[in-house]
Design a protein around this ligand. Structure first.
Ligand code: MN
Length: 727
């Protein structure tokens, strides 16, 4: 039985925002993995401990949460396995859905199974683990109750070690998310909290709202540097330990996070592909825009910053070892802030900027505030030296960003520095590679076509399909188990989405809510969505940034109650009418049984105009072929006629993209046709993911001018109105 059957059965895949990943591989010997503890404010507040076992997350609901006291044995109800992507999940599950309510990532890290593979341990009703989290550390045990009625009651408790404490109440002491720094109560107000932080920044003395674009698209390094100390020491200073890591400028613009590293020649390199854990945490911080000055740090076994360990992680990550992200976590220690929202705070005082950093990052976590060290220089130097820190930066209070910063060695011998090779540009590009999982999973059973075949098809037609997708919000329809399994629509950015996917935030006119959508603008993202099990690609008739303008409209000939030959007659008549009105039109098979005609509008047209034109054309067709065509919306009243559907145009109405595969037997493709091909012998079933690439190679794309022509729309409206009047 697929491991996630229970998970999927409990959830409405189209309505929840939770991830729906793979079932994981058939592994049987998990010795290490990732873990997460969610704080979930559902009907009853509880903590969910989830441990990676065989590619999915074994999950336990712990009402009282974990305790550091070995004598506190807390009930842990074993619940359904969750997909691996759930590690990243922090969001509010919509009301009405299973588990509705906010859920934060209360802790996250790396787990070792101490007494053998996790699969065997669970079979034997126990789990002995060592956790390496931000909050939970050391050995814990989970033991199933012998008298458990339903077989799902376990006990979670701390085992005695140096991390145990009978005094500390860890869940009360550290209530916040290790990703966003928010409490579970604050999560639903995330955007407002972000706006409040921006307002707070704007009120700071010395803050300015002049353009901060240079910080978000930096062409040169904007980070300040420290000088050697001079004789004149400012009276009031604070110190930042210079940690053994990589100093970077981190920027966040909506969902797009970048980490900029300066090379020896002063050029900036984006290195975020190597640090998806840091990207995920930066993305979840409340303000929509941020520019931060900080250091990427990996820690050795004793908890000290280790440059060698950072280098080791980058090397392994470059070799494609994804596990390394969890096994060797990286923190981003923030020393300063340059911008919050559109407010440049570099002119504010050191104390003000540090207060902003601490307000932004109130919790221990992946992104954390550097502690500003006070005291006299010798004391600070000595305590840093004892921690193996080679230097401290003195920053004068009351001074703006970078003013009067000086570097002071602590006297400890610096370990020799290894070089970290984030790789040449092609190596970085390789990190954008998508590894197709479960290639051999059968997606189209009757034709034995697999997920690998689907991904190969989209890769083969990428050059042709991508121009139709460019800058358009995309709607996925995912089939994780192929066309005979469940499917679900997805407008929002998928959980665990890589940092390089372009996203946008827009208001949904249907619901008045903000959506976070994304673009499929490049071959890698196309492969990425294919690997998510997406079969058809749906597009809107508008392009960012102006999502209120329609650049084409669609007339859909639905032949479910008629025959294709009649749709052909109607489409040819439509072509005549379009010619008479001076409008271009392009035909394609729907990929199922019918036909679509797409009519380009060029720039600057509203959806109202698009809808009105489609409606006029539909009426002309019904008048000319009353025996073949109907625009009747009620199915039962249509009779054996072709339904001319002109309602496919609207700000949130999606159509299946040209060259999109359909989730039907035979893996047919919605295929653009020349008008010569729109004839009674047309066989839409002949166009499949097997045949379309050769067809394209031989005949090119008959629809390629769709997005380039600029028809005279007002002229066409006038001509059509006249035609209709005459009919
Ligand atoms: Mn839960």
């Amino acid at each position: 039985m697929p491991k996630l059957d229970d998970y999927r059965r409990k959830r409405n895949e189209g309505a929840t925002n939770e991830p729906f990943g793979d079932d994981g591989g058939p592994t049987t010997s998990t010795l290490t993995g990732a873990f997460v503890v969610h704080l979930h404010d559902a009907t009853r507040r509880h903590y969910d401990l989830r441990l990676e076992v065989g590619g999915v997350l074994a999950s336990f609901a712990v009402p009282r949460g974990p305790s550091l006291d070995p004598d506190a044995k807390h009930l842990a109800m074993k619940t359904e396995d969750h997909p691996f992507e759930y590690l990243e999940f922090e969001d509010v599950i919509p009301s009405g859905q299973y588990g509705a309510g906010p859920m934060i990532v209360w802790d996250r890290g790396f787990v070792e199974y101490l007494e053998g593979p996790a699969e065997e341990e669970i079979t034997n009703d126990k789990l002995h683990v060592r956790l390496h989290g931000h909050k939970l550390r050391g050995a814990f045990a989970l033991v199933k109750l012998k008298k458990s009625a339903k077989g799902d009651e376990w006990l979670l408790f701390k085992k005695a070690d140096e991390h145990a404490s009978a005094v500390r109440d860890i869940v009360a002491e550290l209530p916040r998310s290790v990703l966003s720094g928010l409490t579970v109560e604050e999560l639903a107000r995330r955007e407002r909290i972000g706006e409040e932080l921006v307002k707070r920044a704007a009120r700071a003395n010395g803050a300015s709202r002049t353009s901060v674009d240079e910080l978000f698209r930096p062409t040169a390094n904007v980070l300040a540097s420290a000088r050697p100390p001079s004789d004149v020491t400012p009276r009031d200073v604070r110190y930042d330990a210079e940690l053994d890591g990589l100093r970077v400028l981190a920027t966040k613009h909506e969902d797009v996070v970048a980490l900029h590293l300066e090379d020896a020649r002063g050029a900036l390199h984006p290195i975020e592909a190597f640090y998806p854990d840091v990207v995920r945490a930066l993305r979840s911080l409340p303000p929509a825009r941020l520019a931060l000055d900080g250091t990427l740090v990996a820690f050795d076994a004793s908890g000290r910053p280790s440059f060698a360990r950072l280098a080791e992680r980058v090397t392994k990550k470059r070799r494609g070892d994804l596990h390394v992200v969890h096994a060797m976590p990286v923190a981003f220690v923030v020393e300063d802030v340059l911008a919050i929202g559109d407010v440049d705070v570099r002119g504010a005082t050191f104390e003000t900027r540090r207060e902003l950093v601490e307000a932004l990052l109130p919790a221990p976590g992946v992104v954390r505030a550097s502690p500003a060290l006070a005291g006299d220089l010798d004391t600070v130097r000595a305590s840093c030296a004892s921690l193996g820190i080679g230097s401290v930066i003195a920053k004068p209070c009351g001074a703006r960003y970078g003013d009067g910063w000086t570097r002071h060695p602590t006297g400890t011998s610096q370990r020799p520095r290894v070089a970290i090779d984030h790789g040449a540009d092609d190596a970085r590009a390789a990190l954008r590679r998508v590894d197709v999982t479960n290639r051999s999973k059968v997606f189209f059973p009757e034709s034995r076509l697999t997920k690998g075949d689907l991904c190969d098809y989209y890769a083969a037609v990428g050059d042709v399909i991508l121009p139709y997708l460019h800058a358009r919000p995309i709607i996925l329809v995912r089939y994780p188990d192929g066309i005979e399994g469940k499917s679900f629509f997805q407008w929002n950015v998928p959980a665990g989405m890589p940092p390089w996917v372009r996203t946008l935030t827009f208001r949904s006119e249907d619901e008045g809510t903000m959506r976070r959508g994304f673009f499929v603008d490049d071959p890698t993202t196309l492969l990425y969505v294919s690997n998510l099990g997406n079969i058809p690609i749906h597009i809107l008739a508008c392009r960012a940034p102006d999502l209120a303008q329609a650049d084409f409209f669609t007339i859909d000939f639905d032949v479910k109650q008629s025959e294709l030959k009649h749709a052909v007659t109607l489409a040819r008549t439509l072509k005549d009418v379009l010619d008479a009105a001076g409008l271009p039109g392009f035909a394609k098979t729907s990929g199922q049984t019918g036909l679509h005609v797409l009519c380009p509008l060029g720039p600057g047209q509203s959806f109202d105009t698009a809808r009105a034109l489609a409606e006029l054309l539909g009426r002309v067709l019904v008048e000319r072929h009353p025996d073949l065509a109907t625009m009747e919306r009620v199915v039962g009243r249509r009779g054996p006629k072709v339904y001319v559907d002109t309602g496919q145009t609207g700000a949130t109405r999606a159509i299946v993209a040209p060259y999109s595969v359909r989730a039907v037997a035979g893996a047919t493709v919605s295929t653009p046709l020349t008008w010569d091909e729109v004839e009674p012998g047309l066989d839409p079933k002949a166009f499949t993911l097997r045949t379309v690439p050769q067809r394209l190679a031989k005949r090119g794309d008959p629809m390629k001018d769709l997005l380039h022509v600029r028809p005279d729309v007002p002229g066409a409206v006038a001509k059509l109105a006249a035609l209709l009047g005459r009919a």
